[in-house]
Unconditional design. Structure first.
Length: 256
């Protein structure tokens, strides 16, 4: 075989090796814009609980029942769903004080690596936000604990003496979290290509505004897996937040 052919085969081999390596790499920012903000869902992502709503249900021994299925299918509004949840609790206990609700959340734990990930992102000058359809009593305390740059969630209304009213407050529609992600971009002057959202539920895909990136994290329901696969987004299994790092920074290991 002429020497020039051997060289040509060698070059083709090297190119193939390079392409194989690139395909196997996690999606990361070296191929895209500079990362400026990471927007987290909270329940199931930063904290080790499926739902801050369900925690209150567990406390009162109630459940959303078929309303949850209707809500997930988009059949009822956030307002209707929240009012229905509250009515279940009030059937058990008509007068519910804010302090009692807060006590429901004692014992909620951060997911492993949540604090370390937020700190490492902020050390790199990256803005960290939480956009959650969960309950503000819990999400606010997590936001404070992690010292994130911004947060928003749903919540409750109370009478002057601190008792729960019948209607909730919708700030983050669960099926349209883009409203708040867009607002965050507008306020901070981020281009959508500079942000990455992270969520554990198929409804969190609504955080993925056009041009932005999304990572499916710790999916616990088949509907979430299916949604993430259909959307073609990277999926991180397990609940260690540090495992998000290679997806945010092109295969880099989490800094020690
Ligand atoms: Mg969640």
């Amino acid at each position: 075989m002429p020497f020039v052919h051997i060289i040509a085969i060698f070059i083709v081999f090297i190119i193939h090796q390079a392409i194989d390596k690139r395909v196997g790499e996690p999606v990361g920012w070296s191929h895209m814009s500079k990362l400026r903000s990471v927007v987290f869902d909270c329940d199931g992502v930063l904290i080790d609980t499926i739902s801050s709503w369900r925690i209150i249900h567990d406390y009162f021994g109630t459940s959303s029942g078929e309303m949850l299925d209707k809500f997930l299918a988009g059949g009822i509004s956030d307002e209707e769903f929240m009012a229905d949840d509250i009515s279940h609790w009030k059937q058990v206990k008509p007068e519910i004080h804010r302090d009692e609700l807060m006590r429901c959340y004692q014992g909620v734990k951060l997911n492993p690596g949540a604090r370390e990930l937020v700190e490492a992102l902020q050390e790199r000058g990256i803005h960290v936000a939480i956009v959650s359809a969960g309950v503000d009593l819990l999400i606010g305390s997590i936001a404070k604990m992690l010292n994130v740059d911004d947060w928003v969630s749903n919540g409750f209304q109370y009478s002057d003496d601190g008792f729960l009213e019948d209607e909730g407050v919708v700030r983050v529609p669960a099926h349209d979290k883009a409203i708040m992600v867009n607002k965050l971009c507008r306020i901070n002057g981020f281009d959508s290509s500079e942000i990455c959202s992270v969520g554990d539920n198929h409804t969190d895909l609504s955080m993925m505004i056009p041009g932005s990136m999304f990572i499916g994290f710790n999916p616990s329901k088949e509907m979430a897996y299916q949604g993430f696969r259909d959307a073609g987004v990277p999926i991180v299994e397990g609940h260690d937040c540090r495992d998000l790092w290679p997806h945010l920074f092109s295969g880099d290991d989490f800094p020690n």
